[in-house]
Structures are given as structure tokens and as C-alpha cells.
Ligand binder design. Structure first.
Ligand SMILES: Cc1cc2nc3c(=O)[nH]c(=O)nc-3n(C[C@H](O)[C@H](O)[C@H](O)COP(=O)(O)OP(=O)(O)OC[C@H]3O[C@@H](n4cnc5c(N)ncnc54)[C@H](O)[C@@H]3O)c2cc1C
Length: 462
């Protein structure tokens, strides 16, 4: 039986980084992947396709320039699903090639097939070509998630779809029902609304994106309404039907009926553990398929780790990569200096949202005295040049020490801009740093200085 120091199950961001870290430790590593291509949900159906589609939507619709040239400005008059898919397929292919090249450059063996545990150290890999068993000293489970299914929502892959099936839609609908106000549901709501689709967003909870700062979510909600999105909060779907004329109706628990041309079901994802035969390894997953781990990502069996979406929140590609790296480093006795409290969030709504650190709600609950400084893109020359006059950057800092505690941004480039604040926050800097710092002019980065002045002026008034 072939033996490895480390066997990684899954080639998404978590598995990919775990394998490379193992190889960098000089170990013999293999990755098992059940798809014909590497990259996982991230490259094939999730992050990369959705972010590329967003870019195509912004470009073709002319959205970013409508503030300057008028709301009728378009790059393409009749945008089709084929236009969007064209750009997406190109990026997916390139990313798969890059990932595959990185694995082979690092001497990592790729085993194509479905992995399942035979015992805690033995993995069977089953494919159409047959089955083989492999021994490994350490095993990292990085099998990710798949969209949750519901008997209430009969997916048909054309008009009733989940997020993996977006590009299979034959055409861009005129009206669309999106069920689920989490990150995936809200991101697709924004994209379709930007294409001129009338979107009805149904969410069970009283607000969208519960983990984000309330003021920023409020600003996003304003934009959604402005893009003619109807938000049905505190509402739950009881059933979904196809009508004889090929349309869709969502029936709500409140007895409302919502008609549409298509429905996107984006309510949560389920840990992808079905094929793993976890009991043979002595591991259990919860009812949502999530595996419990300790702070080093070890499962209850010490030589088996689990990383990425299969362990649950925050389910981000960025964090999954880091978890993979930490787990492999830990297995081979390397120390990694990484603090989950310093991980950023990027939400690619239109406009984009990004944040790090504490929200006002958290600090209020923790009784921490804080002050807030806000800068609006419209006050900054670059905001005017770009035509984004609605963006804003919010700094939250300790009222006494002035230490930066949180950065929350909504607006173009938010997810890139955040990293300036991230560096200051991680290095325990104060807002005074931004006052004394000279930023290139004209840049959106100047928002940091304007927000710092705004916050410190409020303190001075106190
Ligand atoms: C629509 C959408 C948009 C997203 N946007 C963002 C974003 O903008 N930013 C961000 O950071 N994150 C985003 N995410 C989340 C991101 O895609 C995930 O956090 C990331 O893919 C998780 O990585 P992973 O390695 O844990 O799992 P995955 O990427 O899901 O990879 C798991 C791999 O394991 C394989 N596998 C499963 N079971 C087995 C088995 N038994 N044997 C062999 N192989 C197996 C699967 O085939 C898959 O290839 C998005 C997700 C979705 C769905």
C-alpha cells in the first residue's frame, strides 16, 4: 500500500494550502479530489465564478459610470447569460491551471476519485478507473460544502436553482425571487438588480448579514431599495411551485404569494461529508455536516484535522486557506502566528462591503468606551473622480487609548481599501496614525485620514 506523510481530502482553498504547507515542510503529500478538476467550490462554482460574473455585470451594465454619464449609459444594450458565462469560463480555466501547476511544482501527488475512511490511517480512493487504498500518518479533511437542499424547493436547474446552477439559467429573468439574505443571496441579488432584474429578496431573519455592522447594512439596504429590490424580511418560504406557463411562485408562511420568472435558493450550505465514512475514523459530523475541531483544527482523532467550510463559520476562501496552512504546519511541528480575530471580511455586494475588528453593537455589549469617525467618498477627490459618491468608511476606536478597534467600509474597492486599516489594527495602532500619515492624492485611502479627523474632532468636542 502506498504511504504518505500527509493525505489531504479536497483540493479547494483549504486543501490546496494544507498540501503546499505539508510539501514546504519537506513531507510526502497527496491530495484526493473527487471532481475531474482541482479548485473546489471556490474556483468552480462559488467565489471565482460569482466574483467574475460580478465584474462582467459591472462592466457590461456600465453601472460604475452611470453617475457620470447618466443612467442610460451601457457598454452592451442586451446582456445575455452567455455574455456573463464567457468571462467566467475563461477565469475558471486559468485558475484551475494555476492551482494544478502549484500542486505539481511542489511535488504533490493528485489522486482523482472519492475518498472514504477505511480506518483512522487508511483512505480508499474510488473512481471510474477502480479503487485503491493509501496509508497516511496525518490526514486533513478539506471537503467543503454543497448547497443545502429543501423538500419545499424543487430545484429544476433552469428556473428554480441554487448558487451552483446560476450559469445554467437559459436567460436573464425579468423578475427573480432570491430566498436567503446571507452573503450568497445578497451578492446575487445585487448582481441581478444591477442588470435591471426586479428582485424580491426573502429572508427569515429581521435583517440582512447579521454579523456585519448595522449602519453599513442599513446603507446597503438603502442601495438595494434604490435598485428596486423588494425586501421581504421576517418571512419564510413554505413552498415553491412551477406554474404551467413556466414561471415560479413562492408561497410564504404568512400566506403571501410571490410570482417570478426564476427563483434562486440560497439558504445555507451543508458540510460535504456524505462519502467520507467518518465513523470508520472515529469522527462525527453534526446535523449540518460540520466537523468539530480544536484551535489547531484537530478533530477528536489527533492525527486527523478538518479545515475550511466543512468546519463551519466563517466559510470564506481566505480563511479556509489559512486554516489549511495552520493545520499542516501544526501536524509537522511548525508554529504559525495567526489570530482569527484579525481575519477580514469581504462581501461583494454592489456596493462592496468589507470590515475587520469589532462592530459598534459588539463594543456596546462589551461596555467598551468607543468613538466613531466617518468619511464619505463624496468628500474625497477620488470618490468624485470615480463617480462613487455614496461610499463611506467608518473607523471605530477606543475613546481613551484611541486604539483602532474596527474598520467598516461600504463602497467601491472596499475589500482592497480595508487592508490599510487591517495593518494598523493588527499592529495595535491608534487613529492618530492616520492623521499623521500622508496618503497618495487623489486616492480613496484618504478616507482614513478624513475619518480619523472626524472621530478625533468628536472627542475634542466632548
Ligand atoms: C456563491 C459563492 C460565493 C462565494 N464568494 C466568496 C468570496 O467572495 N470570498 C470568499 O472568501 N469566499 C467566498 N465563498 C466561500 C468559498 O468558496 C469557500 O469558503 C471555499 O471554497 C471553501 O474552501 P474549502 O477548501 O473548504 O472547500 P471547497 O472549495 O468546497 O473544496 C472542497 C473540495 O473537496 C472535494 N471533495 C468533497 N468530498 C470529497 C471526497 N469524499 N473525496 C474527494 N474529494 C472530495 C470537493 O469536490 C471540492 O473540490 C463563496 C462561496 C459561494 C458558494
Amino acid at each position: 500500500m502506498q504511504s504518505y506523510d500527509l493525505l489531504v481530502i479536497g483540493s479547494g482553498p483549504a486543501g490546496h494550502r494544507a498540501a503546499i504547507q505539508g510539501a514546504k515542510c519537506g513531507k510526502q503529500v497527496a491530495v484526493v479530489e473527487m471532481r475531474e478538476v482541482v479548485g473546489g467550490t471556490c474556483i468552480n462554482t462559488g467565489t471565482i465564478p460569482s466574483k467574475t460574473m460580478r465584474e462582467a455585470v459591472l462592466h457590461l451594465s456600465g453601472f460604475n459610470y452611470q453617475n457620470i454619464y447618466g443612467i442610460n449609459y451601457r457598454v452592451k444594450e442586451k446582456i445575455t447569460m452567455a455574455d456573463l458565462a464567457f468571462r467566467v469560463q475563461h477565469v475558471i480555466k486559468t485558475e484551475i491551471d494555476v492551482t494544478q501547476a502549484q500542486l505539481s511544482r511542489n511535488g504533490i501527488e493528485l489522486l482523482t476519485g472519492t475518498a472514504s475512511f477505511v480506518d483512522p490511517h487508511t483512505i480508499r480512493v474510488q473512481s471510474s478507473r477502480g479503487s485503491a487504498e493509501y496509508h497516511a500518518d496525518f490526514i486533513i479533511i478539506a471537503t467543503g460544502t454543497k448547497p443545502a437542499v429543501s423538500p419545499k424547493v424543487p430545484l429544476n436547474g433552469r428556473t428554480i436553482i441554487n448558487s451552483d446552477q446560476i450559469l445554467q439559467m437559459p436567460e436573464i429573468p425579468k423578475t427573480m425571487i432570491v430566498v436567503g439574505g446571507g452573503v450568497i443571496g445578497v451578492e446575487y441579488t445585487c448582481m441581478f438588480a444591477t442588470l435591471g432584474v426586479r428582485v424580491i429578496l426573502v429572508e427569515r431573519r429581521p435583517r440582512l448579514l447579521e454579523f456585519a455592522d448595522a449602519e453599513i447594512v442599513e446603507a446597503l439596504s438603502y442601495h438595494l431599495r434604490d435598485s428596486r429590490v423588494t425586501m421581504r424580511l421576517n418571512e419564510e418560504v413554505s413552498s415553491v411551485e412551477e406554474t404551467p406557463d413556466g414561471r415560479v411562485v413562492a408561497n410564504l408562511e404568512s400566506k403571501k404569494k410571490i410570482p417570478g420568472d426564476a427563483l434562486l435558493y440560497a439558504v445555507g450550505r451543508q458540510g460535504h461529508v456524505d462519502e467520507l465514512n467518518l465513523p470508520a475514523a472515529g469522527i462525527e459530523a453534526d446535523s449540518r455536516g460540520r466537523i468539530k475541531v480544536d484551535s489547531c483544527y484537530r478533530t477528536q482523532v489527533p492525527h486527523i484535522y478538518a479545515v475550511g467550510d466543512v468546519i463551519g463559520f466563517p466559510s470564506l476562501a481566505s480563511v479556509s486557506m489559512e486554516q489549511g496552512r495552520i493545520a499542516a504546519a501544526h501536524a509537522f511541528g511548525r508554529t504559525v502566528n495567526s489570530n482569527p480575530a484579525n481575519y477580514p471580511y469581504g462581501i461583494y455586494t454592489i456596493p462592496e462591503i468589507s470590515f475587520i475588528g469589532k462592530t459598534e453593537e459588539q463594543l456596546t455589549e462589551e461596555d467598551v468606551p468607543y468613538e466613531v469617525g466617518i468619511a464619505y467618498y463624496r468628500e474625497i477627490a477620488r470618490g468624485q473622480i470615480r463617480g462613487d459618491t455614496t461610499g463611506r468608511l467608518k473607523l471605530i476606536f477606543h475613546r481613551e487609548t484611541k486604539e483602532l478597534l474596527g474598520v467598516h467600509i461600504i463602497g467601491e474597492g472596499a475589500s482592497e481599501l480595508l487592508h490599510i486599516g487591517q495593518a494598523v489594527l493588527i499592529l495595535k495602532g491608534t487613529v492618530e496614525y492616520f492623521v499623521d500619515c500622508v496618503f497618495n492624492y487623489p486616492t480613496l485611502a484618504e478616507c482614513y485620514k478624513a475619518a480619523a479627523f472626524n472621530g478625533l474632532n468628536k472627542l475634542a468636542r466632548l
